[in-house]
Design a protein around this ligand. Structure first.
Ligand SMILES: NC(=O)c1ccc[n+]([C@@H]2O[C@H](COP(=O)([O-])OP(=O)(O)OC[C@H]3O[C@@H](n4cnc5c(N)ncnc54)[C@H](OP(=O)(O)O)[C@@H]3O)[C@@H](O)[C@H]2O)c1
Length: 274
């Protein structure tokens, strides 16, 4: 499967690194990247072909992965607009909708249809991401499988049933690492308040989150059951959870995710307005 990446930044580098580890051939991957230093680094680090523009060979692909920043996309697609022959295009750009990408990729009045979009997470940079994917109806099972194979190189994958759910994916897993970092910050602050130095408090907080997440990922029990199992009547955990419940912590987090989804919808409107 020949794959061209448009944009060779952080996320493309992480994806290609993961793909090479999982058996994709370096010869099958090329990158169109504007920056000269970035191209040299990509060639050296990943051993894949990196070029400055869509010259003839760079336009030979079965899958095109759009990996420039959302605000760079329209201009980056202009050189190939109307020149695709029905190949699969997958966008990893946050917020950009298929209708807008299709319009920018197609000829006037003929939008490109074989399109999918996905939302990776920053832990993808260390191979531990989770990616939400959505594809247009014009993408067949083979196209969906190809998209999934590429994104599975940096973590797990979850398909959305409707494009609107991509705003929810963005709100849950896209922005999610920040919520977890915030939780770690608070747990670390609590540790410092109880007398630990920064290093020890941070270690306790990070490894607690890491261990609990691993346990939850491997367990047959739901997170709620796991929580109940570690909450003894009259014990320390019960005291902490009662304090969190009194502060409305659960509902606050749900409201925060709703706010992120609403912001995602607004950004999608803004990004595709021209
Ligand atoms: N990083 C994340 O955690 C994350 C998570 C989810 C989704 N994403 C999505 O992934 C995409 C890439 O993010 P990133 O963090 O990898 O960004 P990035 O590091 O800025 O990578 C984008 C690259 O594309 C280059 N570029 C810009 N315009 C171009 C053009 N016309 N032709 C060829 N190359 C061009 C940029 O060069 P210059 O630097 O010179 O502009 C840059 O090297 C974004 O759309 C973002 O929404 C990222």
């Amino acid at each position: 499967m020949k794959i061209t990446f448009l944009g060779g930044g952080n996320m493309a580098t992480a994806l290609i690194g993961g793909m090479l580890e999982r058996g994709f051939a370096a010869d099958d991957i090329q990158i169109v990247e504007l920056g000269e230093a970035a191209r040299a680094a990509l060639q050296q680090k990943l051993g894949v072909r990196a070029v400055a523009a869509f010259e003839e060979r760079a336009r030979v692909w079965e899958v095109l992965v759009l990996s420039v920043k959302p605000h760079q996309m329209k201009a980056a697609l202009a050189p190939i607009a109307g020149r695709l022959a029905g190949q699969l295009v997958i966008s990893i750009a946050a917020g950009l909708r298929l209708a807008d990408l299709g319009r920018w990729l197609g000829a006037p009045g003929v939008p490109h249809a074989r399109l999918g979009r996905c939302m990776p997470t920053t832990p993808a940079l260390s191979g531990a991401g989770v990616t939400g994917l959505y594809a247009d109806v014009a993408v067949d099972a083979a196209g969906r499988a190809a998209a999934e194979r590429i994104l599975a190189a940096v973590g797990s994958t979850v398909w959305a049933d409707a494009e609107a759910q991509m705003d929810a994916v963005t709100a849950i897993s896209g922005s999610g690492p920040a919520y977890v970092f915030h939780f770690i910050e608070a747990l670390e602050a609590a540790g410092r308040g109880l007398g630990f130095d920064e290093r020890a408090a941070r270690r306790l907080a990070i490894d607690t989150v890491l261990g609990a997440a691993k346990l939850a990922a491997a367990a047959d029990d739901s997170p709620a059951v796991l929580r109940q199992k570690v909450t003894s009547k009259g014990g320390t955990t019960e005291a902490a959870l009662a304090s969190l419940a009194a502060a409305g912590w659960h509902d606050e987090l749900v409201a925060a995710v709703d706010a992120a989804a609403a912001r995602g919808r607004a950004l999608g409107d803004e990004l595709g307005k021209d």
